[in-house]
Design a protein around this ligand. Structure first.
Ligand SMILES: Nc1ncnc2c1ncn2[C@@H]1O[C@H](COP(=O)(O)OP(=O)(O)OP(=O)(O)O)[C@@H](O)[C@H]1O
Ligand SMILES: [Mg+2]
Length: 353
């Protein structure tokens, strides 16, 4: 990170007792203005991380720092942090403007100031003309925007979002993702978003923190995560990845399942080291007979812009590859055996065995 971090977690662990560890030794630095996503399967500790940052949960050990200062002693309402929860709980008996202004009125902000800030926040989320509407007369997406406006109106330094879009249908969700990204850009506020949806994380984050079992597996930009997953877990969690067992050969290649491929990083490992080869479906192609690994094609599935071919290598390992529809005529028939190869220019990923 080029600049000093705005927010840091240092060795944060949370033991819920009875052997249940919510978090294990989390180290995380987030820069001012960054859009960071916490991504991982259910129960991996995403919400617990947000709650520790917000001050709703006290870590068993470790520190939370804001601008280099420990904030562990600050109660939730004294931290410059706001949270948008999954169920976007709006107050049903208040109209839109009252909902958004609630936090400011609790703080004793002057009425004229509240009115000005609420109008500004509603404009930002595209609800400028709905201020007097009862929230009961809003759609799910509009209520979610009320919840966002209510959080940003207090001008937090960090906005925490816990699966804020999960209750929305797919198309509205995609639209809100774009809006969220552009809102963050305009505000310049640091956003930390919790999601278990990798597509959502990949499309809107500056960096993604992949979590598993209370630990961080990898912190990286979306393209780094996709191109260079650091662990087997990340490789299997982000996108589709063929994971094949192999061994390092003397010339810096990896051999296994009928393959012998040059792989970056293999040269520095001892000959015979057991590794896993990661191959993206779009990086594989069919080669002339006799070159490449023999693949028995089992099924071909229509995927819209591409066709997904599923087959088995000699050792029984399943492999999927994606082929553009324009190449459909050249595909081997189901049941046929063809030579599988890496597409020119593509590379395989070296992972621990
Ligand atoms: N208050 C609590 N008491 C005991 N265990 C808890 C408590 N809160 C969370 N846990 C446990 O800590 C772990 C992490 O929970 P957390 O809610 O952070 O997961 P998550 O990644 O947000 O999952 P999800 O995607 O399902 O929301 C889980 O095993 C959970 O059961
Ligand atoms: Mg959660």
């Amino acid at each position: 990170m080029a600049t000093d971090p705005l927010l840091s977690l240092r060795g944060v662990s949370k033991d819920f007792g009875g052997g249940v560890f919510g978090l294990k030794d989390i180290d995380l630095d987030i820069a001012s203005g960054e859009f960071v996503s916490l991504l991982g399967p259910s129960g991996c500790g995403k919400t617990t991380t947000l709650r520790v940052i917000a001050g709703f949960e006290t870590p068993t050990s470790g520190q939370v720092l804001l601008n280099g200062r420990e904030i562990g002693h600050l109660p939730a309402n004294r931290r410059p942090v706001n949270t948008v929860f999954q169920d976007y709980a709006v107050f049903p008996h208040m109209n839109v403007a009252e909902n958004v202004g609630f936090g400011l009125s609790v703080r004793g902000t002057a009425r004229a100031e509240i009115a000005r800030k609420v109008a500004e926040a509603l404009d930002l989320v595209g609800l400028g003309d709905k201020a007097e509407r009862p929230v009961s007369a809003l759609s799910g997406g509009q209520r979610q925007r009320v919840a966002l406006a209510r959080a940003i109106v207090c001008e937090p330094q960090v906005l925490l979002l816990d699966e804020p879009l999960s209750a929305l249908d797919a198309s509205l969700r995609e639209q809100m993702q774009i809006e969220l990204k552009s809102l963050q850009h305009r505000l310049g506020t640091t956003f930390i978003l919790v999601t278990h949806d990798q597509t959502e994380a990949l499309s809107i984050s500056d960096r993604i923190v992949v979590m598993n079992g209370g630990r961080i597996e990898q912190i990286a930009t979306p393209d780094e995560l996709y191109d260079r997953p650091a662990t087997r877990f990340v490789a299997g969690f982000i996108g589709t990845m063929n994971l094949l067992p192999g061994r390092v050969t003397g010339d810096g290649r990896v051999e296994g399942s009928g393959f012998a491929l040059p792989v970056e990083g293999a040269g520095s490992l001892a000959t015979g080291t057991a590794v896993t080869l990661g191959l993206r479906p779009e990086d594989l192609t069919f080669a002339p007979a006799g070159s490449g690994a023999p693949l028995r094609v089992e099924t071909t599935v229509f995927h819209g812009h591409s066709l997904r071919v599923i087959g088995r290598l000699n050792d029984g390992a399943e492999v999927v590859l994606d082929v553009r529809r324009s190449h459909a005529a050249e595909l081997p028939a189901d049941g046929a055996t063809a030579a599988l190869a890496l597409r020119p220019g593509a590379s395989a990923i070296l992972l621990p065995a």
